[in-house]
Design a binder for this molecule. Structure first.
Ligand code: ATP
Ligand code: MG
Length: 665
């Protein structure tokens, strides 16, 4: 069922309409967050199809995440233009490249096979060993991310060392060593002449090479695809641009949209240069600027303008002021908490009240800088019985390092005499830290991004142990393990209708009614590595903050905590990005703050959760509590079934009947 032209254009503003109606050829939409860039390109595709200017199967639209690609397909489908929903290729760069590679590979390499190298670490390790470079986990991850950066930047191994020196960010490993490891890595992947291994970057590189060098391939490809669209163009890498250039050839039917102020992936080699230079490259391009913000209330837009108004440096020159179009809504709130667990509990209390007032859980997100920050929120949401899903990374107990840690702890427990008091208090904490250290919980914070993420997760586990010891000082190792396993069990299975927990990076392009931006401290946002690295890195963190703020349609709650752990040292302060942005600038008070007596809030949350249990579960809960104390006193042998109040409540709320089951033990 075709839709009349006018319907496709009816709810667009004049600038958006101009971008949709521009004749086939180069079009660039430069605009801030929430101005309808994604809506505009989707409409443009639909309009080109509907008006018969292009055949749906000739359109290739690329974005950067599978989720964004899926969303674009969904939007196209909902417009009801015949062919727009299923015939248009809307994919990530990698998915598009993989598909083309499979198709054209035989023309280039005949019978030789290839397969995707999805576990590259063992190969990097082999390459490092041959080059006489250390093979510790951190080293391997640093090597891998440097090689990724170099490949995304279209460098050759021999050109890498100089480029690493010229770049403003320091290389974590000696560049000459990286070069040697990289060379070994490439030859190891091709050690078997019949079957090569290709990593993710190779997908793009090989596809580009085949299109460029194998006679007939480019012609065949170009006769098939004629119309190209790129969303989030500010985050394109040189290798992706190279592929795009091969797709285009001499043609120029390319629509790009982007916002330089949302450039948040330069550490992977992405650069806004191609976006900013688009009209230099295509002097006849239609360039459209949008400034009306349709996503957020004027209150949120105002805050976003202030955040990005403070930006400095190269990219900041392209700033556009957003003009809010929606009716007025609540003022953004700024809350300071004593510690991180309290911050999570405070946010979840607000989430609960939003849900009570009719906001769907799926319309709420908690955003943070690093994935390890999800743990406190997972726990608080579980305790509150609110379903959630974790994006841009695994849920806490699903992470490789956490699963490894639990396995190690299990093995250690089996070796120990169960009556050994080492398992209690300070000694238990030391024991746990000793187990976590070889897994990556080093005394010094590591520098590479991956190693750092693992370190943060493991530290969260150590902090959790500390918390559990505060609650039950007689805790022994076996009990700790069963408690951790019980917590993992009590967690909600991932759900699509739940509250979203997401890193800021993974939230790009998305929107929610309510956004909780947590952990806005100096050290987390900007992250400490950026503070150490220099002004450009700090500016990228500021853009990340801007991305976070602009995800909110109505409710925006910004929070930070002074200490990491309950009762811990108040060693942190709120982010420098709030300077001149939060209304209480400089004075340290919290204008819209929640009651900051967080311990009381915790107790209240616990009591409320208890109040929501059925009478039968309360009875069992009490019985188990008494039994738990007995068992702790007796230093019982495994299997230990000793749960904290929090876990017992969590299990009851998350899965009604669980406590009844336990009662049978
Ligand atoms: P980002 O930079 O975050 O990716 P964007 O510029 O791509 O944002 P969209 O996601 O396309 O923005 O649009 C933001 C919101 O505004 C969406 O909910 C969209 O449906 C709505 N919107 C866009 N244009 C209009 C319009 N002309 N009238 C009403 N709503 C609009
Ligand atoms: Mg968008």
């Amino acid at each position: 069922i075709g839709v009349a032209h006018s319907d496709l254009l009816a709810d667009l503003d004049p600038q958006q309409r101009a971008a949709v109606l521009a004749p086939r050829g180069p079009v660039c939409v430069l605009a801030g967050a929430g101005t309808g860039k994604t809506r505009t390109i989707t409409r443009r595709i639909a309009h080109l199809i509907d008006s018969g200017q292009v055949n749906p199967s000739q359109v290739l639209a690329v974005t950067f995440t599978a989720r964004a690609a899926g969303e674009m397909r969904g939007r196209l489908r909902s417009l009801g233009v015949a062919g727009a929903g299923n015939a248009v290729q809307a994919q990530t760069f990698h998915a598009a490249a993989m598909r083309q590679l499979r198709y054209f590979w035989p023309q280039a390499f005949g019978d030789r096979r290839w397969q995707l190298l999805d576990r590259k670490m063992p190969v990097i390790a082999g390459a490092a060993r041959r080059a006489g470079v250390g093979t510790g986990n951190d080293m391997l991850r640093d090597l891998a991310s440097e090689i990724e950066w170099a490949k995304a930047s279209l460098l050759s191994p021999d050109a890498y060392p100089q480029a690493a020196i010229d770049r403003d960010r320091d290389a974590p490993v000696d560049p000459l060593k990286v070069r040697d490891v990289w060379k070994n890595y490439e030859s190891l992947k091709q050690a078997d002449a019949d079957e090569w291994y290709l990593d993710f970057d190779d997908m793009l590189i090989y596809t580009t090479t085949i299109l460029r060098d194998v006679p007939g391939v480019a012609e065949e490809f170009r006769s098939r695809y004629r119309c190209f669209v790129v969303d989030e163009y500010q985050d394109v890498t040189p290798v992706q641009q190279g592929l795009l250039d091969m797709w285009l050839g001499e043609r120029d039917d390319l629509t790009v949209v982007g916002d330089a102020n949302q450039t948040i992936y330069t550490f992977t080699g992405a650069t806004p240069t191609y976006l900013l230079d688009f009209s230099r490259r295509f002097p006849h391009a239609d360039v459209v600027r949008l400034e009306r913000d349709y996503r957020s209330t004027p209150e949120v837009v105002d805050l976003a303008n202030r955040v990005i108004g403070a930006a400095r440096g190269r990219i900041a020159g392209t700033r556009l002021k957003l003009i809010g179009q929606r009716p007025s809504g609540p003022e953004p709130t700024f809350s300071e908490y004593e510690d991180e667990p309290s911050e999570a509990i405070g946010a979840v209390a607000e989430i609960k009240s939003l849900i009570r007032r009719g906001v769907e859980p799926a319309e709420i997100a908690v955003l943070y800088r690093v994935n390890a920050q999800s743990e406190n929120f997972e726990q608080a949401l579980t305790e509150a019985g609110i379903p959630y899903q974790v994006r841009g990374g695994d849920a806490f107990f699903q992470r490789t390092e956490i699963r490894q840690a639990l396995r190690q702890l299990d093995a250690t427990a089996r070796q120990l005499d169960p009556t050994d008091p080492a398992n209690e208090g300070e000694q238990l904490l030391e024991l746990v830290e000793a187990v976590l250290e070889p897994l990556g919980l080093t005394a010094q914070e590591p520098s590479g991004a991956e190693a750092r993420a693992r370190w943060e997760s493991l530290r969260a586990l150590a902090v959790l142990t500390g918390d559990m010891l505060t609650e039950n000082p007689e805790l022994v190792l076996g009990q700790l393990i069963s408690e951790l396993k019980a917590r993992a069990e009590a967690r909600h299975p991932p759900t699509v209708q739940g509250v979203t927990l997401s890193s800021l990076h993974a939230a790009k392009g998305l929107e929610w009614d309510a956004v909780f931006l947590a952990g806005v401290t100096d050290g987390s946002l900007p992250i400490s590595q950026a503070i150490n690295a220099g002004p450009d890195e700090i500016e990228e963190e500021r853009r990340l903050f801007y991305v976070g703020v602009t995800r909110a349609r109505e409710h925006l709650a910004i929070s930070w905590a002074l200490a990491r752990t309950e009762g811990g040292k108040a060693s942190r302060r709120r982010s420098r990005f709030l300077h001149g942005v939060a209304p209480d600038d400089g004075r340290g008070a919290q204008p819209a703050a929640r009651p900051a007596s967080d311990r009381a809030a915790r107790k209240q949350a616990r009591e409320q959760a208890l109040a929501e249990l059925s009478p039968a579960d309360v009875e069992l809960f009490e019985a188990l509590k008494a039994w738990r104390l007995d068992q702790a006193r007796e230093q019982a042998k495994p299997p230990f079934v000793v749960f904290s109040d929090r876990t017992l409540i969590a299990m009851a709320t998350a899965r009604p009947g669980t406590i009844a089951e336990l009662g049978k033990i």
